[in-house]
Design a protein around this ligand. Structure first.
Ligand code: NAD
Length: 348
């Protein structure tokens, strides 16, 4: 397949590109190179004849039309988005533009291309979304997000992603565009931008700085190793039923405090510092509207598509810490970018 991947210079998109090329697919990476992008993430495949880069903004419809015309992709995987909840609180406008209008532009460009190609049944528009569109769960471990859970987004980020999911479904129902959707839980792993919780904790610990925990640390997330997510996304693209959505999760629920304590224990083991890193844990003001719990029920993707994650959260976190210890040049360069290292998202 020739796959047009938007947002391929970001955390998850780059993992998808590395795996897609390893699997023998041709890839066009379409990315605007915002503050969150890093082309180093795809350096290992950039010289492959299967890889092509297009520097473009999904808000630029003319550029999208040219790119579809030039590359004539067999499938689209749409990951480009503004993705940081804290930034969405301080500046929601960029989230509305990229996540909603940008998705609309991608759908229209894909639809025009699909019609020009004679409406091939094999074409796919795969929209990559988040479990945050479902809102916040109660503590009862039996209650999880399924594909039938009503949407209830509560942050500007999750509301913009929910809007984009609705557009994608509407383009299928109204125009017949062959779409698939997926909603995933929190990812972690190599190349995670150093403003998100796990890299912040690892890098602050290494620098001997406080390890900030929002509120009381009781908020629960369901963690998935990014390379397992990339594998799931390519599985949904190849085997998912048109018009259907798939929840993707690692079945690894942890409170933020438990997660940080696990990271501290791994760091104590891998990079002993003469003190326990957990001594650096510091509680800070909570995020406004902080969702209490996310947890995915992955029954559909497991039973219909035969997918399940390959690593436990303990193994994935060890691999992640190891990667940050070995790739200091990568994260040091990103720490100079605007907003990184600052407390964001308290303006509400
Ligand atoms: P990221 O912020 O690391 O990367 C986003 C990429 O999109 C960047 O390379 C950026 O330059 C690009 N981009 C942003 N605006 C653009 C625009 N207007 N035009 C073209 N490119 C643009 O994000 P991520 O964590 O890799 O997330 C990728 C997708 O997966 C997003 O759609 C996100 O909602 C979804 N998702 C993320 C998670 C997670 O835990 N990170 C979980 C579930 C779903």
């Amino acid at each position: 397949m020739k796959i047009l991947i938007s947002g391929g210079a970001g955390f998850i998109g780059s993992a998808v590109i590395r795996k897609a090329i390893a699997d023998g697919h041709a890839v066009v990476n379409l990315d605007a190179l915002t503050y969150a992008a890093c082309l180093e993430n795809v350096a290992s495949v950039a010289d492959s004849p299967l890889y092509h880069f297009e520097h473009a903004d999904i808000c630029d419809r003319a550029a999208l039309a040219r790119i579809f015309e030039r590359h004539k992709p067999d499938a689209v995987m749409h990951l480009a988005a503004e993705s940081h909840v804290d930034r969405s609180i301080d500046g929601p406008g960029a989230f509305i533009e990229t996540n909603i209008t940008g998705t609309y532009n991608m759908l229209e460009a894909a639809r025009a291309h699909w019609i020009a190609q004679g409406r091939p049944e094999s074409f796919r528009f795969h929209h990559i979304s988040t479990d945050e569109v479902f809102g916040s769960l109660p503590g009862d471990p039996k209650v999880k997000f399924t594909e039938e859970t009503p949407y209830d987004p509560r942050s500007p980020y999750s509301a913009s992603k929910a809007a984009s999911d609705h557009l994608v479904r509407a383009w299928h129902e109204t125009y017949g565009l062959p779409v698939v959707l997926s909603n995933c839980s929190n990812n972690y792993g190599p190349y995670h931008f150093p403003e998100k919780l796990i890299p912040v904790i690892i890098l602050n610990a290494l620098a001997g700085k406080p390890l900030p925990i929002y509120g009381n640390g009781a908020n629960i997330r369901d963690w998935l190793y990014v390379e397992d997510h990339a594998d799931a996304l390519l599985t949904v693209l190849r085997k998912g039923e048109v018009g259907r959505s798939y929840n993707i999760g690692g079945e690894n629920e942890r409170s933020n405090l438990e997660l940080v304590q696990t990271l501290c224990a791994i760091l104590n083991d891998m990079r002993p510092a003469g003190h326990s890193y957990a001594d650096l844990i510091t509680y800070v003001a909570d995020r406004p509207g902080h969702d209490a719990r996310y947890a995915i029920d992955p029954t559909r993707i497991r039973e219909e598509l035969g997918w399940r994650p390959s690593v436990t959260v303990e193994e994935g976190l060890r691999r992640t810490v190891q990667w940050y210890l070995e790739n200091e040049d990568w994260w040091r360069a990103l720490q100079n970018r605007a907003g990184v290292g600052e407390r964001l998202g308290v303006s509400a």
